[in-house]
Design a protein around this ligand. Structure first.
Ligand code: MRU
Length: 358
């Protein structure tokens, strides 16, 4: 997707330096900085501090992390320990362990002298597949937007939460892919962007990438979606997911559940867009999903810009107050109108998912 008119992906391997390049998302929207990951520890750190974030992108970063581990030391014990550390970097998105397992399976079949090349090829395959899947999600989701547009014949208002955009994937995004496809087709759309406290992925990342693609959007505080739905100013919601259970329950950025409740109460369709790498076929009970709890400082401190100068870490809460920073919640399948996947649209249920992914 475009930044200042130039096409980028969110992560790539640089053959000259043999390093991995990422767009440092902690610096957006005020600075666009491409950062080098040289070691597996760099990859682990990038995932932990959210220089890269979003379920598919942290999976891809973990895959490249294995490549960097092999570059450093192709001893199998070192690679095994690196794989374990990568999986522990963030607990909720299933893509992380999915990608690491896939890399482990691939390299376990290979003679040591070829490890690096095989691992690199597999990591690039993971990225290529994600890009294709996200593009297919876009084509499938476009049909839903077209259906609404054919009835309404005027601007479609879509609400999204967090950033399930191209910055969260390799390209296109999941929730944003139908939006980009609709825009390219000339359907008039306007996006309500949930700010997504505490890290403001909606305001800082989703609004930023929509601006770059010249898609009209308005940032709203996380509590505003409800009244907009009551007023008939939201035609549909589309969000992403970090882990989708086989029964259709969806774990996504904290606050998604409240939006789904408001959507249900106001008959606003609530769609979840996902590549199949986000489906957890094993876990049966959503209470068993590990919900990441992050540093309360992310709530109590805020970064910004004054004039041209970046200011970090301004305290906004009483120093003595405690804060709880749960990063994700679960939206039960009954509140999800449908899942939009690379293979098509299905009911958020075991039957629905099995019909597409036998
Ligand atoms: O904490 P983050 O920014 O990694 O959370 C990201 C989300 O919740 C996204 O909605 C999800 O990963 C889907 S990304 C296509």
């Amino acid at each position: 997707m475009r930044i200042e008119g130039k096409n980028y992906k969110t992560i790539w391997f640089d053959q000259n330096s043999k390093n991995v390049k990422i767009i440092d998302q902690t610096k957006l929207p005020h600075e666009f900085i491409i950062k080098n990951l040289e070691t597996v520890d760099d990859a682990i750190n990038a995932i932990k501090v959210m220089e890269v974030r979003g379920a598919p992108l942290i999976g891809a970063t973990a895959a490249f992390g294995i490549v960097l581990a092999i570059k450093e030391n192709n001893d199998l014990n070192f690679i095994k320990k690196s794989a374990e550390d990568l999986v522990k970097a963030r607990p909720t998105a299933i893509n992380l362990q999915w990608a690491v397992h896939r890399m482990n399976n691939k390299i376990s079949m290979i003679k040591s002298e070829n490890l690096f090349d095989v691992a690199l090829k597999e990591a690039e395959l993971i990225c290529g597949e994600d890009e294709t899947f996200c593009e297919e999600i876009g084509k499938n989701g476009l049909k839903l937007i077209e259906e609404i547009y054919n009835k309404k014949k005027s601007t479609i208002n879509i609400l999204t939460h967090c950033n399930a955009g191209w910055l969260a994937t390799i390209n296109w995004g999941t929730a944003t892919s139908p939006i980009y496809h609709a825009h390219k087709k000339g359907i008039p759309i306007h996006i309500w962007v949930d700010e997504t406290r505490p890290r403001n992925q909606g305001a800082n990342l989703t609004s930023y990438e929509l601006n770059e693609e010249e898609i009209p959007n308005t940032i709203i505080a996380d509590n505003t979606g409800g009244i907009l739905m009551q007023r008939g100013q939201v035609d549909m919601c589309i969000v992403g997911t970090d882990r989708t259970l086989s029964n259709g329950d969806v774990c996504n950025k904290i606050g998604t559940y409240l939006k789904a409740l408001a959507a249900k109460d106001n008959n606003v369709p609530f769609y979840v867009a996902l590549p199949s790498s986000t489906i957890d076929w094993n876990l049966k009970n959503s209470e068993d999903i590990p919900i990441e709890e992050r540093d309360p400082n992310e709530l109590s401190h805020i970064d910004g810009i004054i004039g041209d100068k970046k200011v970090d870490g301004i305290q906004i809460y009483p120093k003595k107050s405690k804060a709880l920073n749960l990063a994700f919640d679960v939206t039960p399948a009954k509140y999800v109108t449908a899942l939009i996947t690379e293979r098509g649209i299905c009911e958020a249920s075991e039957d629905g998912l099995k019909r597409l992914f036998k």
